[in-house]
Design a protein around this ligand. Sequence first.
Ligand SMILES: *[C@@H]1O[C@H](CO)[C@@H](O)[C@H](O)[C@H]1NC(C)=O
Length: 145
Amino acid sequence: MYTQIFFMFLLATTATALVGWRDCGSQMGSIYTVRMTNCTQTPCLFHRGQSYEAEADGRWRANSNTLPFVLFVIVLGAPIPLLEGDACDYKIRGICPARNTDTFTFASYYPVPTNLPPVGGVARAQMYNDFGDTALCFELDVRIA
Ligand SMILES: *[C@@H]1O[C@H](CO)[C@@H](O)[C@H](O)[C@H]1NC(C)=O
């Protein structure tokens, strides 16, 4: 019975976790899981004009009072910002700002601009700490369609 519940939980969580994302220099914490609308394996399809949600779970290894955040897509070598602001506005679990050993979940919802070229690219979410160092960063390959 407990085994059954355990496996159901495992299925429910792994079904939505994204495979193929990369950490891009997180210095203040560990990202455990990334989830992405309609995508379980990179490259993720980004339909122009549609909105997508990216989520990340993890644990802090340090404190920071500020967490400026930018989410952008790199296409043809150019970074195009899709969302910018204070990461605390996108926190759905944990406390903000960052406190050593606390767990976090961030979720951001952003539109894919209609004027992007239909090419492959890299989507990257990056947060900075009080000193401008990369606090958390993850990226994934995307295909713009
Ligand atoms: C996600 O998939 C559903 C079902 O196929 C579709 O209706 C929806 O438009 C998709 N969302 C995005 C953002 O691609």
